[in-house]
Design a protein. Sequence first.
Length: 424
Amino acid sequence: MVHESGAIQEYAENCPGTPGLDIARVRRDFPILSRQVQGKPLVYFDTAASAQRPLAVIEATDLFYRLHNANVHRGVHTLSQEATDLYEAARLALAGFIHAHSTREIIFTRGTTESINLVAQSYARPRIGPGDEILVTHMEHHSNIVPWQMVCEQTGATLRVAPINQRGELLLDEMAAMLSERVKLLACVHISNALGTINPIKEICAMAHQHGIPVLVDGAQAMPHANVNVAELGCDFYCLSGHKMYGPTGIGALWAHERILEDMPPWQGGGEMIRTVTFEKTEFNELPAKFEAGTPNIAGAVGLGAAVNYLQHLGMDSIAEHENSVLEYATAELSTIEGLTIIGTAQEKAGVISFTIDGAHPNDIGTLVDHFGVALRTGHHCAMPVMQFFKVPATARASFGLYNTREEVDVLMASLKHVREMLR
Ligand SMILES: Cc1ncc(COP(=O)(O)O)c(C=O)c1O
């Protein structure tokens, strides 16, 4: 297995991004964008729920099944070795992409949710007890709330919540005041899926580390939007999902420092994660296999590796710049619609606009704009505490990906004006 930091460094250096995006060309990489919905060209504004896949990802997965399919790590035959090489190449690509020190720090999981649960059960649960605290924020996705509630239930610890303001920004001073030796872990989202807020993770980690508190970052929404450098952020755990970053569903990863992972017991038992087994005793495998029990999602990992290569080829800075310009345009346009309120107006914001329209239920908004070919998400976005904070039952949400354009925002605007007319 390749895990030399030199190989990771080399990978990162050999994948420079291209300055600026040729959006017309980029859009041709995504076959689904040329389909029609309700007789209209699809306008896909639901990337925060799941991104569309470029041909590079579709073909990598397809080729894997056509030419290389076999189980990994266990065979001496050619196909098994090819499958293992492709699986491990994906790990190397991801390690380089997020600037991990070693591929031993990349654990493939089903996604962000599973990564958080792994840390909750294998890291937090054995280390905490009554009187201890786990700190989350008011803008977390349920995936970064419920696993901690379960650990609190199992251990007698208390879940505490750092507050936000009316713009949907974290109140850092209040969060700082909540840090003490009782807090055994701080779990915080990098970019909020419901509000678009980009949290100052580097600052938060520095604050928490002054008290010796490890920090888990939910990176589900940050991976497709920003350059993520785990070393620079200074976090202890970083969780991500393949399908949010233009890769397949059912694959994701947990990154953590090798020394932390070494100290954690395996989470699930089974094949792959062992070195030897007798009925008396099992010796566990080394990292990362120790945390990958059973046959993994091999094709998913290969597709995720292809997604990483694709993003790296386009360049994360160019992607962020493009998405910001669409966000800025859409924010200005939507603000002109009478009765429309944007929920989440943080200074630092990524490509998400949650909104309500007076007199219109978000579900009705979603259904009506679908007739224009526009895919919006409506509901609580798995962030009910955010809805409770803003005193709304639900919002409509437009979320932007690297393939969206200002012209598509114009289609959204036309469809929303129609909504206003219909529901007036
Ligand atoms: C911020 C955030 N965290 C966690 C998740 C959960 O990701 P997954 O369902 O891929 O595990 C999501 C998905 O919407 C998300 O947006």
